[in-house]
Design a protein around this ligand. Structure first.
Ligand code: HEC
Length: 119
């Protein structure tokens, strides 16, 4: 009896997962796909490792995200605002305008990526 309930529960979970992954197709990228968003929308300036050592990153003087100083100074709320609303005093073209197509959930996941660069 107990076993049966566990199976029903697992089945339900699998079904819920399938349905939600189907819903994401064609919609905005899922927050779990933050790595893909990074590759598509951030990597060209910030690089795979957050050091900004890319042609565009060097040109725009992107900061190295791996340093403790960078990580300490930057608040999550600032990142959120910058990505969703843009930052008036941003240097160069990087973040004057909001990054298009990001949800708040995406931003939360992207912040995890940014924090993950800390060495
Ligand atoms: C066209 C180049 C470009 C792209 C694309 C880009 N950035 Fe940036 N980013 C910059 C530059 C240049 C800076 C330097 C800080 C500034 O402009 O004030 C920066 C700074 C940052 C900072 C630090 C902000 C601060 O106040 O020091 C974060 C966090 C960041 N970017 C995250 C992202 C994320 C996440 C994405 C993708 C969704 C992204 N960036 C895409 C160019 C870019």
């Amino acid at each position: 009896m107990k076993k049966l309930r566990v199976h029903a529960l697992l089945g339900g979970l699998v079904l819920a997962g399938l349905v939600s992954s189907m819903l994401w197709v064609g919609a905005q990228p899922a927050s779990a796909d933050a790595q893909a968003i990074w590759a598509k929308k951030c990597k060209k300036c910030h690089g795979d490792d957050g050091k900004g050592d890319t042609p565009t990153g060097r040109k725009q003087k992107v900061k190295d995200m791996t340093t403790a100083e960078f990580q300490k100074k930057l608040k999550d709320a600032e990142i959120t605002d910058m990505l969703l609303k843009g930052k008036d005093d941003a240097k160069e073209s990087g973040h004057k305008k909001p990054i298009s197509g990001l949800s708040e959930a995406d931003v939360k996941e992207l912040i995890k990526i940014v924090r993950g660069f800390k060495q």
